[in-house]
Write a protein that binds this ligand. Structure first.
Ligand SMILES: Cc1cc2nc3c(=O)[nH]c(=O)nc-3n(C[C@H](O)[C@H](O)[C@H](O)COP(=O)(O)OP(=O)(O)OC[C@H]3O[C@@H](n4cnc5c(N)ncnc54)[C@H](O)[C@@H]3O)c2cc1C
Length: 855
């Protein structure tokens, strides 16, 4: 910004709901002049439009409120746990009056068009009033749920009676007394409205396509516990909300359904159900949003409750959602919703059984009957998240419209900005937590981020800001990686755009939570707007980069390790390090079921070695995998890699023989390598007895075990046998040279550290031995080795030696498949039921291995 004023205003804001109001106040306070438009005739946004009977928030109002001003908070008291629409609208009017916001808002005015003028570096807006306005910065505060979706039902315009849309309810009172009313839809709005409409109507017929999961809201006075917390230390409470997963403070508890008894599961469920809060029921178990068997438990418990609430078993069954997991569509809170179906004048029509054929002049025809109504209420939802944004004709650089750019789905950086559209911001845009969070908290965070950004640009003398393509692609990938950890793809919900025909299917909001999201935004800001190109009259700057590259579930594990202060194993005496590993292994999930697990002994190079055999559930014989565990030749045993061995057995359909070789420092180099080769020889010779197919032997290992596996393959080649069909090398140690750059880049903070690797080497081998190919297989002769699949992880100190090995094998003519595990760490694929993103990597490895083996 230069001081001269090239635009009519600094900032144009579209929307005067929670977001627009706070934007005006905040930006005005920072010295920016702002013009706001709303097509509504007053402030309120959602709470202006959604006036249907029973409309309320379903985040407790103690939390669904502005927190930026303590005096404002003290000046307003909410009357209930979940306030009604009129009360929330009153509150937003009160806010507008208190801060004199209306003077900057043009009501009854739609913004129809916005065009970026690259030469003047301004946005040119055109409104429904024919006004043209130029602004330097253009902010869409148009909400996620402000574009009602037109019902896609034949004959909608034909009906001669009264027609209502929940998302555009009249301002005048609506009286259904004595009327025959139809409600189409059973989402959140319908669930709130139906009990109220039933109170008045002579008859009520509800047309349901997909039943919702709803639990009692238990509305009433606000939670005294919460009020006390706020009264005690308001600032701390609000801060805890900002740094919480959903935008409401709460205790984090470890509760994995799959590790609980049925009694424990029920007890935990009943406690959470009784709270009558969305985040409570969405967080009964930590694994319910990611693991289908865990989700099934909570889904069935909710169905049980629905059955208890509805007297007619047939109606109850129709109201029970069965074909999508709980939480993958927006769950609902209700007051007497299910009980309403026990009333004699209320009827449910399941349109999956008897579809609506058409709306007629007098009512609705289904495939089974013609029904007459006096009024039809459409509760058919919204074109959520992107609808309000692309419904404005927004043209960025190079004449590309937002609609064109997002034709295959939204692409944003942080859900706030998008490449090709300089100085353009979206509040709670796609790719931000938005509808999955307490939106009051998310809106405040976005408004403050934008305000900080504009202030910073002004201070630094920059006039334009625009995300880079790589930063945006990286963020989209991160959003998608998070989505892939959930079950959301299993439902046809508006979260994934499935309610709007032709809308690209992907998870629109960011599922990583408010806290993780805020941390990412703060990091971007703290790194001089990482991933943004900035330009002004005196220069430009671009600190390109991707803000989140580690897989989200890996990041959670890393954070947990950091929070727990997990010691580096190199700081411990060897027995303590081993005890620590054993303790860690004891608390994890077991991994998949396999057909059979048998422990035994086989002859090693210097005495018997324990082994554990995993047999697939399918009829044998099977190929055989000789597996060597990780642990730097010092740690690990038959238990340490147990979940991975189960997983390999299950996925590949192979007998896995996991061998516990001798460890250093008690038995230093070459004891482990000698044992590994002896074990491979024995397993090959006894393949048939073990239930294997002779000649179909793969050597495999993770980390130091990968080292032993490939060393055994080299020895087998040199010894003329046994024949080996392939080598599965997972993050293998291939060299003793610790100067490769991955040791520098990934040396600290990714579980396996460079210091730990040094400690392992020091325990395992004398420096003089470390150049031997038996220690460092990369230095050996590689020609003539069996085919290999090598997995390397992005954030592993061993990454580069794995890459070097893959390249060297290929150069020596060995068929190699190199699986680069994006965003993973050294331990990722071994953490079978913890790092769920590792499953895709294991699937790829298993595919490669199966490719070597013939039936
Ligand atoms: C029935 C209902 C209940 C909800 N309950 C909760 C809850 O309990 N907790 C929660 O966190 N969230 C809830 N939400 C989500 C709610 O939308 C947000 O909490 C919040 O109100 C959004 O505020 P906003 O300012 O971002 O957008 P909105 O309140 O949607 O305001 C956007 C405004 O932009 C205007 N607008 C849009 N396009 C244009 C244009 N082109 N030109 C001019 N004006 C335009 C609209 O008229 C609208 O007034 C609910 C949503 C609905 C529909």
């Amino acid at each position: 910004m230069t001081g001269t004023k090239p635009a009519d205003v600094d900032v144009a804001v579209v929307g005067a709901g929670f977001a627009g109001l706070y934007l005006i106040h905040k930006l005005r306070g920072l010295g920016f002049d702002v013009r706001c438009y709303d097509q509504a005739d007053d402030v309120g946004g959602t709470w202006y439009w959604n006036r249907y009977p029973g409309a309320r928030c379903d985040i407790p109002t103690t939390d669904y409120t502005f927190s930026f001003d303590e005096e404002l908070e003290q000046a307003w008291t909410w009357s209930e746990k979940y306030a009604t629409q009129p009360e929330i609208l009153d509150y937003l009017r009160f806010v507008a009056d208190r801060f004199d916001l209306r003077r900057d808002i043009e009501f009854g005015t739609r913004v129809d068009q916005a065009v970026w003028d690259d030469a003047a570096r301004v946005w040119r807006l055109r409104t429904s009033a024919g006004e043209e306005l130029t602004c330097r910065f253009y902010v869409m505060a148009t909400g996620c749920l402000s574009l009602p979706k037109r019902p896609d039902i034949e004959g909608v315009d034909r009906f001669a009676g009264e027609v209502y849309f929940t998302g555009k309810w009249p301002h005048e009172p609506v009286d259904f007394t004595g009327k025959r009313v139809a409600v189409i839809g059973t989402g959140s709005s319908a669930i709130q409205a139906i009990p109220h409409i039933a109170e008045q109507a002579e008859s009520l017929t509800v047309f349901q396509r997909t039943p919702a999961y709803s639990i009692p809201a238990r509305n009433g006075p606000a939670s005294s516990e919460r009020l006390a917390q706020i009264a005690k230390d308001r600032a701390a409470y609000r801060d805890a909300a900002r740094w919480s997963p959903g935008g409401i403070p709460g205790e984090y508890e470890e509760n994995y359904a799959l590790l609980m008894t049925p009694e424990q599961q029920r007890e935990r469920f009943e406690k959470r159900y009784a709270e009558g809060e969305l985040f409570a029921i969405l967080g009964v178990f930590n694994d319910q949003s990611a693991r289908l068997p865990a989700n099934d438990i909570v889904s069935e418990l909710i169905r049980e409750k629905i059955r208890e609430r509805v007297s007619d078993p047939k109606v109850a069954e129709a109201l029970c959602p069965k074909d999508y997991p709980f939480g993958t569509k927006r769950p609902c809170l209700d007051t007497n919703y299910y009980e309403t179906y026990n009333l004699p004048h209320v009827r449910l029509v399941d349109v999956r059984e008897t579809p609506i054929v058409t709306v007629t002049e007098t009512g609705i025809d289904t495939s089974a009957e013609s029904l007459n109504f006096d009024a039809i209420v459409y509760a058919t939802g919204f074109d959520a998240m992107t609808g309000p944004l692309v419904s404005v004709d927004i043209t960025g650089r190079d004449d590309v419209t937002l609609k064109q750019k997002w034709a295959d789905g939204p692409s944003t950086y942080l859900g706030l900005t998008t490449t090709g559209f300089p100085n353009f911001f979206t509040i709670t845009g796609p790719g931000s937590p938005s509808v999955l969070s307490n939106m009051a908290v998310s809106i405040e965070q976005h408004v403050e981020w934008v305000a900080d950004c504009l202030t910073w640009l002004r201070d630094e003398g920059y006039r334009t800001i625009e995300p880079t393509q790589s930063a945006e692609a990286g963020w989209n990938q991160h959003v998608a990686d998070y989505a892939a950890l959930t079950l959301t793809d299993l439902a046809n919900s508006w979260y994934v755009g499935a309610n709007v025909p032709g809308k690209p299917r992907l998870l629109y909001p960011y599922v990583g939570g408010v806290e993780a999201y805020r941390a990412a935004c703060d990091e971007v800001t703290g790194r001089r707007y990482l991933g943004f190109a900035l330009a002004g009259p005196t220069g430009s700057e671009c600190n390109d980069g991707v803000v989140r590259r580690v897989q989200p579930d890996v990041a959670i594990v890393l954070n947990l390790f950091e929070a727990l202060g997990v010691p580096g194993v190199e700081t411990l005496p060897v027995p303590d390090a081993r005890a620590f590993m054993t303790a860690m292994a004891a608390t994890r999930m077991p991994g998949p079921e396999v057909g059979e697990i048998v422990d035994g002994e086989l002859p090693g190079a210097d005495g018997p070695l324990p082994y554990r055999l995993y047999r697939p559930a399918t009829p044998g014989p099977h190929p055989v995998i000789a597996y060597f565990h990780g642990g730097g030749w010092v740690l690990g045993d038959l238990d340490s890699d147990d979940p991975l061995c189960r997983d390999l057995c299950d996925r590949i359909g192979a007998v896995v023989v996991s061998v516990n070789y001798r460890h250093a420092p008690e038995a230093r180099f070459p004891a482990a390598a000698d044992d590994a080769f002896a074990a491979v020889e024995w397993i090959a010779a006894h393949a048939a007895e073990l239930g294997g197919i002779p000649g179909q032997l793969v050597v495999a290992g993770w980390s130091a075990g990968g080292n032993l596996a490939t060393v055994a393959a080299q020895r087998a080649r040199d010894a003329g046998g046994p024949p080996i069909a392939g080598q599965l090398l997972i993050c293998p140690v291939t060299d003793s040279d610790l100067s490769r750059s991955s040791y520098e880049e990934n040396g600290v903070g990714y579980i396996l550290t460079t210091a730990t690797m040094r400690w392992f080497w020091d325990h395992y081998a004398d420096p003089a031995d470390r150049t031997s190919p038996v220690c460092a297989p990369l230095r050996g002769e590689l020609g003539g080795l069996p085919p290999a699949v090598i997995m390397t992880a992005d954030f592993d100190p061993l990454r580069d030696e794995g890459i070097a090995y893959a390249e060297a094998l290929a150069a020596a003519g060995v068929p190699v498949q190199h699986v680069r595990a994006r965003g993973q760490v050294h331990t990722s694929v071994t953490m079978v039921d913890v790092v769920l993103s590792g499953a895709a990597v294991r699937a790829e490895l298993a595919d490669c291995v199966r490719g070597w083996l013939t039936a």
